[in-house]
Design a protein. Structure first.
Length: 160
């Protein structure tokens, strides 16, 4: 299993789409900190459709709460402990260069500000990004970015 963590997400349809993606892949969804919507928001439920009962998700009030819970529930099937991959733009290395393993977590920042500098610095050795070859945009939609990295990580772990 992989974990997807969203730090203070702001847009209900993005979170709903990511929840649906997590239901489809069997990934656990972690919502961290202050949310930019209510958990019963119509747009959130509409984007997740009727898949919300199939989503394995938890809301953590603080990053420390998330980190403790994730490390406790992650069950690695490899020789190394699970790793927290910080997906941000810009990043020193591409997500295609990451060595994903079962139990790892993909951490994404919110739509308007990304992750706080303190988290980017703390996890600098696991900071990865999606290439933006045209140079015309600085980032992708959050749900799109999660889908790209999550499916590639699963493909490599399970050798699809």
């Amino acid at each position: 299993m992989l974990h997807v963590a969203l730090y203070e997400p702001e847009i209900p349809p993005n979170t709903g789409n990511i929840a649906r993606l997590c239901a489809a892949t069997g990934s656990r969804l972690h919502l961290i900190g202050r949310l930019g919507f209510r958990l019963h928001d119509r747009a959130l439920k509409r984007a997740g459709l009727d898949y919300w009962p199939a989503v394995d998700w938890v809301h953590h009030l603080h990053f420390a709460d998330f980190e403790a819970a994730w490390r406790h529930t992650a069950s690695p099937s490899s020789w190394r402990p699970p790793r927290l991959w910080v997906v941000e733009t810009p990043a020193p290395r591409l997500y295609t260069q990451a060595e994903f393993a079962d139990g790892d977590c993909l951490l994404f920042g919110n739509e308007s500000q990304g992750l706080p500098a303190s988290l980017r610095q703390r996890f600098a050795d696991s900071l990865i990004g999606i290439p933006m070859p045209s140079g015309r945009v600085r980032s992708l939609n959050l749900a799109t970015a999660v889908a790209i990295v999550l499916y590639d990580a699963l493909r490599r772990i399970h050798r699809w």
